[in-house]
Design a protein around this ligand. Structure first.
Ligand code: SF4
Length: 108
């Protein structure tokens, strides 16, 4: 997937751009405090192209990061995308395993 396709997954809801408090044990609380660069009218970042320079804490999401981060909202489009992708992969692997098992059974 190229960068443009990856970026197009984002719904531009801006939910991830609010300050969060990590309570530990996987518990994250979202505050009502937006990032100073978030335009709360459009939900778009005002410095998107330079966000990592303007805000060093801001991260560029990748598929692996989405899997490992525990603070993205559950309805984030990237979380849903990765979950769907991983589920499809798990189904394909299970089907492949079942096919091999069936094939081996026929040989006996
Ligand atoms: S929460 Fe997900 S879908 Fe919403 S703006 Fe952030 S990255 Fe995009």
């Amino acid at each position: 997937m190229n960068n443009k396709d990856w970026e197009s997954i984002c719904r531009r809801c801006g939910k991830c751009c609010y300050e969060k408090v990590d309570l530990g044990a996987g518990e994250i609380i979202y505050t009502k405090e937006p990032c100073i660069h978030l335009d709360t009218t459009t939900n778009l970042c005002k410095v998107y192209e330079n966000r990592q320079i303007e805000e060093p804490d801001c991260i560029e999401l990748t598929e692996n990061l989405v899997r490992s981060l525990n603070w993205l909202p559950p309805d984030c489009a990237y979380v849903e995308h990765v979950r769907k992708h991983d589920t499809l992969l798990a189904v394909q692997l299970a089907e492949e395993k079942a096919r091999k098992k069936k094939k081996n059974k026929r040989r006996r």
